[in-house]
Ligand binder design. Sequence first.
Ligand SMILES: Cc1cc2nc3c(=O)[nH]c(=O)nc-3n(C[C@H](O)[C@H](O)[C@H](O)COP(=O)(O)OP(=O)(O)OC[C@H]3O[C@@H](n4cnc5c(N)ncnc54)[C@H](O)[C@@H]3O)c2cc1C
Length: 418
Amino acid sequence: MTDLIELLREGLPAEAVLTDPDVTGAYAHDMASFCEAGAPAVVVLPRTVEQVQHVCRTATALRVPVVPQGARTGLSGAANASDGCIVLSLVKMDRVLEINPVDRIAVVEPGVINAALSRAVMEKGLYYPPDPSSWEQCTIGGNIGTASGGLCCVKYGVTAEYVLGLDVVLADGRLLKTGRRTAKGVAGYDLTRLFVGSEGSLGIVVGAVLALKPAPPEHLVLAAEFPSTASACDAICRIMERGHTPSLLELMDRTSVRAVNAMGNMGLPESTEALLMAAFDTPDPASDLAAVAELCTAAGATEVVPAEDAAESDLLLQARRMTLPALEAVKGVTMIDDVCVPRSRLAEMIDGTAAIAAKYGLTIGVVAHAGDGNTHPTVCFDAGDPDESRRAGSPSTRSWLWAWSWAAPSPVNTASAS
Ligand SMILES: Cc1cc2nc3c(=O)[nH]c(=O)nc-3n(C[C@H](O)[C@H](O)[C@H](O)COP(=O)(O)OP(=O)(O)OC[C@H]3O[C@@H](n4cnc5c(N)ncnc54)[C@H](O)[C@@H]3O)c2cc1C
């Protein structure tokens, strides 16, 4: 242990090596409070690639595990410390090194906050689409580690589609450069893609070349209330079938709507069984929203409310982005899952989840990137209640999902939430 700290200090400034257990303990886990975490031996906060290389060389020499971390907003425990590990936090490497409007790329360090990058490129008339709901906190390194998606992915795709090249420090300290900064690049194995979603298991991302798009027109959002999840999902099918290209298509079930109102007094309609939000950033969003409003009404919506301006749209999105913390506030702890189904089978997924919640006597809210068929069934439970924790977390934690996927003959993709 003393050797480890001394060796680390040889290549890092004193303030970048934290050893006080009261401080290092704060870096032990991400936002998945139900996942186990160990006690790190030390937390390091490098500012340069060379310092990251020094940490990796030291760790390999002493056979100490390294856990890379961004903002620790992950929801699957992937950034959790193991006992005696080095936590390698990349948050101090937070510079946007280049924004190039001609090549439509940004070159960034891993600790850049997603929203900070989005705002910086927006100033130059550009757009970085991947926008996890945690975008005000999460880092680009973490987004790459988890292959994150977000609200706008229905139209613009997920993080993997925007990572053109990476600088990665490998376990032995070597620096690997992958990919390209050109618009086209098809030669050779796609090592860049391999690193996206690898949760830090293959190396430490210390730099990234990201693709940008021209900034779209400001989007407008519509909210539609439905008397059942089946009718809301019918509306989703109609919208996609007619060839619309919403920049966002999100669904909140009744539990989620109530949780958001309880937390933020957002005035969402509590009598609704499902609330659908659609947005367009097309040249004429108002007419696209009008067409979608008609489809929602035809599918059985009881009320359709288009936002009048950007401020109203932002308020609706704010409500959507609050859903996970709001569900956590319901009983103190959540176990959030991440299940993708074909859009055409969303209703079965959501109603199936409700049936499982009833069977196990649990509160499960479902919020979905509905346009992608990507649902987050979120089990809310009281960690102080052993029986409820047991029903929520073991082994039924997975079995209710498996139970559902057994019943679903077509492809279902379950993954830990990220
Ligand atoms: C309220 C809320 C809403 C969320 N909404 C979404 C959403 O809409 N979509 C979504 O995809 N996720 C969402 N998440 C989950 C989470 O925010 C994302 O997974 C995010 O990408 C994690 O970024 P982070 O900086 O917090 O990374 P961390 O949680 O610190 O790390 C995540 C993983 O990446 C690895 N890692 C971090 N940095 C590096 C690096 N430089 N090199 C190599 N590996 C690294 C870690 O080891 C870990 O495996 C949400 C979380 C919260 C709390």
